[in-house]
Design a protein around this ligand. Sequence first.
Ligand code: DGL
Length: 260
Amino acid sequence: MDKTTNPIGLFDSGIGGTSIWKEIHALLPNEDTIYLADSKNAPYGQKTKEEIVELSFKNTEYLLEQNAKMIVVACNTATTNAIKEMRAKYDVPFIGIEPALKPAAIHTKTKTIGILATKGTLTSELFYKTVANLKDITVVEQVGFNLVKLIEEGKLESDEIRELLKEYLQPMIEANIDHLVLGCSHYPYLVPQIKEILPKDVKIIDSGEAVARQTKLVLNENKLLNTAEHSRSNLFYVNSDSTVLNSILHNEYTVTKKDF
Ligand code: DGL
């Protein structure tokens, strides 16, 4: 059966994965998408691996019921804790996001890079293995406690977020990082606030563009790329209040509240 015109399914614990969705939407002009914001269960970052696997299965099954031809796990925490289990269980291509440590390690001059991510990501086996492979590089790790919660509450511009960021980034500045890796899909929404704190020459890296390129590649390899020009359908489902998701999408798309 030809699945090329089926939608790409994406999920995250909330609004963060829209930073990935935006890159995919920009790179792939003929793809329809369905995005699940599982904000009822946010943050994932403080949950156990078992809980994250279970939530990832639930989201995947919902997207497959909507005929998704591929699943983009637009969440570092779900990728690093559950992508192996998802790939083993479901017969569709999965795209995951992992913190972009490798590009930072290639380009660092100070041999010191910082990573801000959730506890779930920083304590995962996948993350541990990636760091272990970076020879001669110091990785300054920091859990972004409470950042996802505040972003989900729409408090991007709050003093609370600015204070937390100062506290989290100061040790990295003291350690002389020249790259900061954003290891959570929510954090690209904090780039303006992060830039106010970091020295100008510190490069901020996220995985959005690379994930979009990988999505295109895997669609191509699996003969799933939609080449039919049409007016695109982009559906957004959220299982708690929709205000923040709507505002992050500038009210340009229909956001539906659903129980999933
Ligand atoms: N956006 C997520 C990530 O990339 C999840 C954050 C959370 O729910 O804790 O890790």
